[in-house]
Design a protein around this ligand. Structure first.
Ligand code: ADP
Ligand code: MG
Length: 493
């Protein structure tokens, strides 16, 4: 693992950027963390609210074991230590969308301690980012201040929904690293099925802590940018914040520890409030909830249900299918894409399985993803079967069609959903690999262009392309390109 620090240049020399992230990930679960109300997104306001979520007195929280299992699974997925005993605390603060007057969270004894997420730097070098902790907590409700000139609206559907907060060590050094970390974490929770990772809907939100210091000096005071809801905005917010802090520090000013908000329409961060310290929240163990005790059996049972995770899958794809790290990264970015790719590979009957698998990766990434983007079609709605894609590549591999013809057939496959071998027959697109046919055409073209042959031999080497093109044209693009090249070389040198 390499340490590749990111410095920004100021008038007074270099500054090192320090970034630590707190990610809130909504746990995928039907019900909320301590009440039976639905956790579904997008319902009419205040229709998914239990007495507890509304803060009615005397209602006791009951822990949702499914949410606990999801947090355990996530902890294991980020290589953390799941704690045999953890404790729920009350984090006290007043806000209209928090009727209880406190958030049930975990403070001193979180469910997961430690862990790490591996990312790649821009040049591809791996870097490990350590995770401090993962704890469970309730989400708050949602306030809307811009629907009425003098009133605020409160929707409590989100109040009490289960969140995991995943806190990193301050080990990121650039906007790229922060983005790579969130992308990787998002991929992992989506593989695990513990959070849908939908940042637009707020299922995953990032608080970014940023500070700048002179290399070799202690870390400086940080500002925290709250609730960033896209990976692109995260990059923009950090870039902006680096410049803002740089200007203040270079002109001899001081950074105040505060919470800031990123405004995507202006591309800038602005102050929201000065930062509370932990003691302002008067954390104390929630007397309504017993400590959460997890047996080693329970943890082991969950561990046994874990899917192969992206880093390991990537290694396997590179080893088994000779993929480049770049291609492997793309194919493991979503568990569904990886599964689709492997179903194509499994359907192949090519003799050189590695070569076929590599070609299939290319086809999937370039042609299929390209067409999906153009047509706005999702992977689960492709107009042809994985077997058809496998067959198409097999036809290239065994020389039945050229790569160029394959593209035409692919377009037809997309339109008609027909199998590629049927299309080859139907359209008469079978590649011509008959030596006598190819040699005859090459000979004819050479005979008709003796002037060009002389010029070629005299040094105009680019004319070789003219001959290949003419032969291809004469045979309607169906000639086996390798055979054409070989025979031409033999004839004109
Ligand atoms: P709080 O809970 O008050 O936000 P924490 O100490 O738990 O404070 O830290 C929150 C986040 O801030 C962590 O992700 C940590 O890595 C990051 N962090 C801590 N110190 C710095 C710093 N000087 N610069 C940037 N990030 C920091
Ligand atoms: Mg914080």
């Amino acid at each position: 693992m390499s340490e590749n620090n990111y410095f920004v240049e100021g008038k007074t020399g270099l500054w090192e950027v320090v970034i630590g992230l707190e990610v809130h990930a909504q746990i995928s679960s039907k019900a909320k963390l301590f009440s039976g109300a639905s956790a579904e997104f997008g319902a009419d306001p205040n229709t998914h609210v239990d007495y507890l979520d509304a803060g009615l007195p005397g209602i006791l929280p009951v822990i949702n074991q499914r949410c606990v299992d999801q947090a355990i699974k996530t902890g294991l997925g980020i290589n953390g230590n799941v704690q045999p005993i953890s404790v729920f605390d009350r984090k006290n603060y007043f806000y209209a969308d928090l009727p209880l007057g406190y958030q049930i969270s975990q403070f001193e004894r979180p469910i997961v301690l430690g862990g790490y997420i591996d990312i790649n730097l821009e040049d591809g070098t791996p870097k490990r980012i350590n995770v401090t902790r993962l704890h469970m907590e309730q989400d708050a409700g949602k306030s809307t201040h811009d629907l009425h000139p003098s009133l605020s609206y409160i929707d409590l559907n989100r109040a009490g929904v289960a969140l995991m907060e995943i806190v990193s060590e301050p080990e990121m050094r650039s906007p790229h690293e922060a983005q790579a970390y969130v992308k990787k974490l998002r991929t992992i929770v989506r593989y695990l099925g513990t959070c849908d990772g939908n940042m637009e809907q707020g299922s995953m939100r990032v608080d970014a802590n940023i500070s700048l210091h002179k290399p070799g000096t202690p870390f400086a005071t940080r500002a925290e940018i709250k609730n960033v809801n896209s990976i692109r905005f995260l990059g923009q917010a950090i870039e902006y914040e680096i410049q803002r802090q740089l200007e203040i520090l270079e002109s001899g000013g001081e950074i105040v520890q505060e919470t800031r908000l990123f405004d995507p329409s202006k591309g800038e961060t602005r102050s929201m409030r000065s930062k509370e310290d932990a003691h302002d929240y008067r954390y104390f163990p929630d007397p309504d909830l017993k400590p959460l005790v997890l047996t080693t059996d329970r943890i082991a049972t969950i561990k046994a249900t874990m899917p192969e995770l992206p880093d390991i899958k990537k290694e396997r794809f590179m080893a088994d299918y000779s993929l480049s790290p770049y291609d492997a990264d793309i194919l493991v970015s979503e568990i569904e894409i990886a599964a689709y790719y492997e179903s194509v590979v499994k359907a192949s009957t090519a003799t050189d399985t590695k070569a076929a698998a590599k070609t299939m990766a290319n086809w999937l990434i370039v042609e299929v993803f390209g067409a999906m983007n153009r047509e706005g079609v999702a992977l689960d709605a492709l107009p042809f079967k994985p077997e058809h894609l496998a067959k198409l590549v097999d036809l290239i591999m065994d020389g039945t069609i050229s790569g160029k013809i394959a593209k035409d057939i692919f377009a037809k496959m997309w339109e008609s959903g027909k199998a590629p071998d049927a299309l080859v027959d139907e359209l008469g697109l079978k590649q011509i690999s008959d030596t006598s046919v190819i040699e005859k055409v090459v000979d004819d073209i050479i005979a008709a262009n003796m002037d060009k042959v002389e010029a070629y031999k005299g040094g105009k080497v680019q004319l070789f392309g003219f001959f290949v093109g003419s032969v291809m044209k004469a045979l309607e693009g169906k000639a086996n390109p390798g055979m054409v090249n070989n025979y031409l070389k033999k004839k004109i040198g």
